[in-house]
Design a protein around this ligand. Structure first.
Ligand code: TGC
Ligand code: FAD
Length: 394
C-alpha cells in the first residue's frame, strides 16, 4: 500500500487558517533554502550566522505575537508556535536565537516596561537592529533563581549593578541585556529587571567555549562590575521572581512547540534513510523493529502536536494566558520525547548516525541543552507535581 505521511496521521491541516499556513510555509521555505545548507558547518565550527537576524526580522519572527504598534507581526499563538517548530526543524540554536530575542527580551520590555521603553526598544528589536539577551542564571543560582546574588543598589538617581550571570544565550553579541537583580533585601520578592546596555562601563560578556551542544548558538556570561545605570533603566512593573518567571512562561511555550520541529527533522531523515538502506536484502523500514521505532516516534510527535494545537487555541481564547503548569507539562513532555526520537533516529542511521553529515546527532546533542535550560526536566516534573498535589517538593 502507499505510505501515509505523518501530516496525514496528524490531520491538522484543515484546522489552520490561511494566515497560519502562510507563516508556517514561509518560515519552512526560508529554513530549507537559507539555513539548512549552512547550519552543519556552523555547528562544527561553533559559530552562528549572525547575518540571518535581518532575514528573521523580515519574516516577522522577532516578538512575532507582540502588537504591530511596536513593529511586531501580531500573529496568533498557533502561527507563532508553528514558526518556532519550523525554526527548530533547522536547529535548536536558531529557535533559541529567536526565543531569547522575542520571549525573553522583547516580552519583558512589553509586559513590564514603560511606554517610553517600549517605543525606544521594541521596533528596533523587531527589525533585528538590536539584539538582546536575558540574564537570570548565575553560577550558584540556576534551578533556584530566587537565591541569586546579583545586586542593584540605589545611588541617587542611578542603580549600581554588581554580579555575574552565566550560560546566557546571545550575550556575546547582545546590544542590551535584561538583567535580573535584587534591589533592597535578599528575598526573591526584591528581584527587579533592568535594561543594561552592553556598552556601559563595567559590562563584559565573554563567550562560553567547549560546548558539545547548541554549538551553532552564542552562549556567554554577563559580568557586571559596579555598573551604573540610570533609574529609568529599571523595568518599572517588575516585582519579584514572578516577573522573570512570567517571561519564561512565554519562552517555554515556544520551546514546547520548537522541540517537535527538531523531532520531526530527525524522523523525516530516518524514514528517508531507512527506505533506501538495504540490509539483509530489504530496506530496513521493512523490518519489524525499525517499524516499531518509527511508530513510537510518530505517535509521540503526533501527541505533542495535538497538545500544542489545543494549548495554543486555549491561549488565544484566554488573551495570551495559559496556566504555568500547562506550559511546564508541555515543555517537559515535548523536549523529553524529542530527545528520545532524536536518539532513536540517530540509531536508525547506524554508523552514519554519528556523522555531522546527518542532522539527527546534531539535534540530539542540541536537545540535551533544551532538556536543561528554561527549567530542567526535573524542575518541570516538580512544577507539575506541585500543580497536581498542591505540595512543594523542591
Ligand atoms: P515560587 O515560590 O514558586 O514562586 C515565586 C513567585 O513567582 C510566582 N510564579 C510564577 N509567576 C509566573 N509564572 C510562573 N511560571 C511562575 N511560577 C511561580 C509565584 O506565584 C510567586 O509569586 P509571589 O507573588 O507569591 O511571590 O518560587 P520558587 O523559588 O519555589 O521557584 C520555583 C521554580 C522552580 C518554579 C522556579 O524558580 C523555576 O522555574 N526554576 C527554573 C529556572 C529557570 O527556568 N531558569 C531559566 C533561565 S533562562 C533560560 O534558560 C534561557 S534558555 C534560552 C534559550 O536559549 O532558548
Ligand atoms: P542546577 O540547578 O545546579 O541543577 C543540577 C541538577 O539538579 C539538574 O539535573 C536539576 O534538574 C537537578 N535539580 C535541581 N533542583 C532539584 C530539585 N529540587 N530536585 C531534584 N533535582 C533537582 N540562563 C539564562 O538565564 N539565560 C539564558 O539565556 C540561558 N541560556 C542557556 C543556554 C544553554 C546552552 C544552557 C545549557 C543553559 C542556559 N541557561 C540560561 C541556564 C539554564 O537555564 C540553567 O542551566 C538551568 O536552569 C539549570 O540550572 P543549573 O545549570 O544551575 O543546574
Amino acid at each position: 500500500m502507499d505510505a501515509l505521511s505523518l501530516d496525514e496521521f496528524i490531520a491538522l491541516e484543515d484546522e489552520l487558517s490561511d494566515e497560519e499556513k502562510l507563516v508556517r510555509d514561509t518560515t519552512r521555505r526560508w529554513v530549507s533554502e537559507r539555513f539548512l545548507p549552512i547550519v552543519g558547518e556552523h555547528f562544527e565550527n561553533a559559530t552562528f550566522p549572525d547575518e540571518v537576524a535581518r532575514e528573521v526580522a523580515e519574516l516577522g519572527l522577532f516578538g512575532g505575537s507582540l502588537p504591530p504598534k511596536y513593529g511586531c507581526a501580531g500573529m496568533n499563538q498557533v502561527a507563532y508556535g508553528l514558526a518556532q517548530q519550523e525554526l527548530e526543524y533547522g536547529d535548536s540554536g536558531l529557535r533559541s536565537f529567536v526565543s531569547v530575542q522575542g520571549s525573553l527580551c522583547m516580552f519583558p520590555i512589553y509586559r513590564f516596561g514603560s511606554e517610553e521603553q517600549r517605543t525606544k526598544y521594541l521596533p528596533k528589536m523587531a527589525a533585528g537592529e538590536l539584539i538582546g539577551c536575558f540574564g537570570l542564571t548565575e553560577p550558584d543560582a540556576g534551578s533556584d533563581p530566587g537565591s541569586m546574588k546579583t545586586r542593584a543598589t540605589r545611588d541617587g538617581s542611578d542603580y549600581i549593578l554588581h554580579g555575574q550571570k552565566m550560560w546566557i544565550t546571545n550575550s556575546p553579541i547582545a546590544d542590551l541585556c535584561i538583567v535580573w537583580a535584587k534591589t533592597d533585601g535578599d528575598d526573591a520578592k526584591d528581584i527587579r529587571g533592568f535594561i543594561v546596555e552592553r556598552d556601559r562601563e563595567g559590562v563584559e560578556c565573554p563567550t562560553t567555549h567547549h560546548k558539545m551542544s547548541l554549538r551553532a548558538s552564542h552562549t556567554g556570561e554577563i559580568l557586571l562590575d559596579e555598573v551604573r545605570v540610570p533609574a529609568e533603566n529599571i523595568l518599572p512593573e517588575t516585582k519579584g521572581l514572578g516577573s522573570p518567571l512570567a517571561c519564561l512562561n512565554q519562552a517555554r511555550f515556544g520551546i514546547a512547540w520548537g522541540a517537535l520541529g527538531a523531532a520531526r527533522a530527525c524522523f523525516d531523515e530516518a524514514l528517508a534513510y531507512g527506505n533506501e538502506r538495504i540490509v539483509f536484502g530489504k530496506p530496513i523500514t521493512a523490518k519489524q523493529l525499525i517499524q516499531k521505532q518509527l511508530a513510537d516516534s510518530a505517535t509521540q510527535i503526533a501527541l505533542g502536536q495535538w497538545m500544542m494545537h489545543h494549548l495554543s487555541r486555549l491561549k488565544d481564547r484566554q488573551g495570551g494566558r495559559i496556566l504555568p503548569y500547562q506550559v511546564s507539562m508541555a515543555k517537559r513532555n515535548n523536549v523529553a520525547i524529542a530527545l528520545e526520537v532524536a536518539r532513536t533516529c540517530r540509531s536508525i542511521l547506524g554508523g552514519n548516525g554519528i556523522s555531522a553529515e546527518f542532522a539527527s546527532i546534531r539535534h540530539m546533542l542540541n536537545l540535551e541543552s533544551v532538556y536543561t535550560y528554561e527549567g530542567t526536566h526535573e524542575v518541570h516534573t516538580l512544577i507539575v507535581g506541585r500543580g497536581l498535589t498542591g505540595q512543594d517538593a523542591f
